[in-house]
Ligand binder design. Structure first.
Ligand code: G
Ligand code: G
Ligand code: MN
Ligand code: NA
Length: 254
């Protein structure tokens, strides 16, 4: 029952599922976007967190078909929401650096856009800083191609890595997502608050969209509002929801 063997079978057996977590516009209080997140319900191993299987998928290369499944499923969902006038402004998708590095990554995206007749601007690809460390030029070129297709790029888990300002300048980044580890001390005037304040100032001066992740308490939300952080995401608003439940929520949000 090795994890690797089960993961292989999981794709064929349709055991992966996408869930969606709403992102809230801090000014209007309405849903501005959703982040797509993968879930795996294995009949043998139970519910597994992506933290438990994505690293192994990256090591074994299985991340490529999994990531293609993620993109295809989310594009399909976007089409359904578009047809029912429920499409949020943005759908964010986590991209593994292993997939981004594939030669055909950009053409895969282009083909999906064509197939589903969708505008690229619906999507935002979430990448982590580590990818920007690797090789510069090849990745820059890809990100520019993705931008030219209308898609946005966001830096996930910001503040936990190098957070180097030179990356933000060098790469076509649209959005910064403040890592959820900074939310804990946000309503208690701590170091976290100083860091989040600094990131907000940075984002504003660079004209970047800013999303705070892991917002669990209304006190944290109030601080984010006062700092003019654009968007917030976290259990305070909603946990990640099935496609069906997300659709219900989007209906109410109209
Ligand atoms: O949803 P959850 O909190 O369990 O996610 C845990 C981690 O797994 C996060 O770092 C998230 O970015 C990553 N993750 C979730 N869904 C996907 C996905 O569809 N693709 C990739 N590459 N990573 C994902
Ligand atoms: O690394 P990334 O931002 O992609 O991770 C997203 C993960 O964060 C999701 O798996 C989701 O389940 C989790 N998450 C979302 N909201 C909250 C929250 O308010 N608190 C905590 N602890 N985790 C959250
Ligand atoms: Mn993410
Ligand atoms: Na994150």
């Amino acid at each position: 029952f090795s994890l690797e063997v089960q993961m292989h079978k999981a794709l064929e057996r349709d055991e992966f599922q996408m869930v969606y977590q709403p992102q809230i516009n801090v000014v209007t209080g309405k849903i501005s976007g959703v982040e797509a997140l993968i879930r795996w319900a294995s009949p043998l191993l139970g519910h597994l967190s992506p933290i438990e299987f994505i690293p192994l998928a990256e090591e074994t290369g299985l991340i490529i078909p999994i990531s293609e499944f993620v993109l295809r499923t989310v594009f399909q969902q976007a089409k359904l929401w578009q047809q029912t006038n429920l499409l949020p402004e943005r759908i964010a998708i986590n991209i593994s650096s292993r997939h981004l590095e594939q030669e055909n990554f950009v053409s895969f995206l282009a083909e999906l856009l064509l197939e589903f007749k969708l505008d690229g601007s619906i999507f935002e690809l979430e990448i982590t800083e580590s990818i920007l460390l690797n090789d510069g030029d090849d990745i820059i070129e890809k990100l520019h191609l993705i931008s030219s297709m209308g898609m946005k790029i966001s830096l996930d888990d910001f503040g936990t890595g190098y957070s180097s300002l030179s990356y933000i300048k060098k790469f076509p980044i649209d959005t910064i997502k403040i890592d959820r580890s900074f939310m804990h001390g946000l309503s208690s005037d701590s170091e976290d608050e100083s860091i989040v304040t600094a990131i907000c100032t940075l984002a504003k001066s660079l004209h970047l969209n800013l999303i705070a992740e892991g917002v669990e308490e209304s006190g944290q939300y109030r601080v984010l509002q006062s700092l003019q952080c654009n968007e917030a995401q976290g259990f305070l608003f909603s946990k990640p929801l099935s496609a069906h439940d997300t659709t219900e929520l989007l209906l109410k949000n109209l």
